[in-house]
Write a protein that binds this ligand. Sequence first.
Ligand code: GLN
Length: 185
Amino acid sequence: MAVGILALQGAFAEHAAVLDRLGVPHFEIRQKRDLEQPMDRLILPGGESTVMRKLLGELDLFEPLRQRIADGMPVFGTCAGLILLAKQVDGGTPCFATMDISVKRNAYGRQLGSFRTAQTFGKLGTLPMTFIRAPYIAAVHGDAQILASADGNIVAAQQDKQLVTAFHPELDESTAIHEYFLQIQ
Ligand code: GLN
C-alpha cells in the first residue's frame, strides 16, 4: 500500500509522520509527475483551501485527482482537505466537489476557530480533536454519514470511501483515525 499526501501547502508533514509511526509507505504529491507511481489512498491535509485549490489547477493536478476520487480511491480530508471535497462551501468555492456535505469555512470566527476538545468518533470511542481556524459541516446529504459532532456542530463524516474531519488528527497522539482510514475498503 502507498498513500499519496497532497503536499502543496499546509500540514502534510504531520500526516507523513503519523504514517511513519504506523509503518505505512507514503509519498508527497507536488506535481503531476508524482502521480505516475502506484497510489492506493490519498490524504488531503489541512492548510488554506483557497491556496490549495488554486495550486491544484495551476499544476494540472485537479482533474487527475478528482478522477481518482470519483473512481473510488479512499481519500481522507482534514480541515482544508474537508473543504476541498465538499459539494457546497459557505464562504468559499467548491473544489473536487465529490462529497455530499455542506461546509462552512472559518465557521467559528478567525480566532475562536482554534481549540481542543474530546468527543465520540463513530465506533472508535472518545478521541482528542484539535481545531485550527476550522470549518464545520453544516449538513450531510445523500449517502454521507455523520461520524462526530462537537458542541452541536458536525465535525467528521464519511461517504463510502471519503472520510473527512474538521479537526486535525495528525496533530494528536492517537493514530486511531488514520488507522480507521487505512482500513476503509
Ligand atoms: N481556514 C482554512 C481554510 O478555509 C482551513 C484551516 C485548516 O486547514 N487548519 O482552508
